[in-house]
Design a protein around this ligand. Structure first.
Ligand SMILES: NC(=O)c1ccc[n+]([C@@H]2O[C@H](COP(=O)([O-])OP(=O)(O)OC[C@H]3O[C@@H](n4cnc5c(N)ncnc54)[C@H](OP(=O)(O)O)[C@@H]3O)[C@@H](O)[C@H]2O)c1
Length: 310
């Protein structure tokens, strides 16, 4: 046997003797409260480093327990970091209930890392607010989140308030937007003002005296006409999360990133969406570094702050 063959044979034997964890697949369990698990979350899960993803729809606080047991009891303590959970879905309250049920199953070393990102709520809000805070200090500013009752809007309101802004959120019906503010208060202990604003004219009135406007309405819904922000003298920063035409805020470009217009600084959905995607992938990668992470608003925002502008 030549020197090369002998070396190759030694390498093969060494590989066989390697501890199990070196070859262990990174398994991501994608739980979704909606019937059909999100394709977006599935793709980003692979791009973030998962070797295999099992996606489950219709997950709720009652049926998630058995799934979690399968994840926590199957691998040795040192190998558990190769199993992780991603939790998504369009209903924030249901998602939070499932997250609580997942955490209730963990004990001692029997746990795996979890990322919570209902409808991209944490990663999208974190990317948008991180860019706004990177552009100027938000302390003492008045921020209005338009159509803020959805998952993205709720998380954005929280992060803006954590940056020191005085925050209001609008919704078409008083009951719906007040329920979102109550949920924010319950989860984060933060007071956010609820403003009923059913029309573009109502929303234009709601942003009088505001410095920051962030639109987080449903896809393809225009919440503000161009003139309504262009002629508002107090506005400094404007961001729109909606990437499906027409724009959520008329006149804000899809790819605007700190673009100047009418004396305001604009961010479009793709302008901060690049950070959202990079952040989502980075969070998935972190899940496989240790087995005891819970990545929710606070943790994901901290990661976003470390990535923005770099
Ligand atoms: N840029 C990115 O990287 C990125 C990533 C993820 C998501 N997004 C976008 O972020 C936005 C927010 O996502 P989400 O999941 O939080 O949204 P969502 O839950 O679908 O909608 C948010 C709110 O929009 C309001 N709304 C619905 N239909 C409306 C209408 N016809 N007129 C006025 N308001 C209406 C509703 O509030 P009320 O019923 O209280 O009025 C709803 O709670 C979406 O446009 C989504 O596509 C962007």
């Amino acid at each position: 046997m030549g020197v090369r063959q002998a070396a190759a044979s030694r390498d093969k034997i060494a590989a066989l003797k390697e501890p199990c964890s070196a070859k262990m697949k990174k398994l991501l369990y994608q739980f979704d409260t909606d019937t059909l698990p999100s394709v977006f979350d599935n793709v980003v899960g692979y791009d973030g480093g998962a070797d295999h993803i099992s996606a489950y729809g219709g997950v709720n606080a009652e049926n998630v327990g058995a799934l979690v047991e399968g994840a926590i009891f199957t691998r040795s303590p040192k190998d558990k970091k190769n199993t992780a959970v991603f939790l998504g879905g369009s209903n924030m309250l249901q998602g939070e209930a499932v997250l609580m049920a997942i955490r209730a199953k963990f004990f001692a070393k029997f746990r795996v890392s979890v990322m919570f990102d209902c409808n991209g709520s944490n990663t999208t809000a974190a990317a948008a607010v991180a860019w706004l805070a990177h552009t100027c200090a938000l302390t003492g500013k008045r921020a209005v989140v338009l159509a803020g009752s959805g998952p993205v809007g709720q998380r954005a309101a929280v992060l803006l308030a954590r940056e020191g802004a005085d925050v209001a959120v609008t919704g078409r019906r008083r009951a719906g937007i007040q329920a979102a503010c109550d949920a924010i208060k319950t989860r984060f202990g933060i007071d956010v003002e609820a403003i009923e604003a059913a029309t573009n004219a109502d929303r234009a009135a709601a942003i009088q005296g505001a410095h920051i406007v962030l639109a987080t309405g449903a896809s393809g819904v225009t919440l503000l006409d161009a003139k309504q922000w262009q002629e508002n003298p107090s506005l400094e920063l404007i961001a729109d999360a909606n990437a499906s035409p027409p724009a959520g805020i008329e006149g804000v470009g899809l790819s605007d990133r700190a673009a100047s217009s009418h004396g305001k600084i604009l961010f479009g959905p793709l302008g901060f969406g690049a950070l959202k995607l990079a952040l989502h992938r980075a969070c998935i990668a972190r899940l496989f570094e240790q087995n005891d992470l819970v990545l929710d608003a606070e943790e994901i925002y901290a990661i976003a702050k470390g990535m923005v502008g770099s």
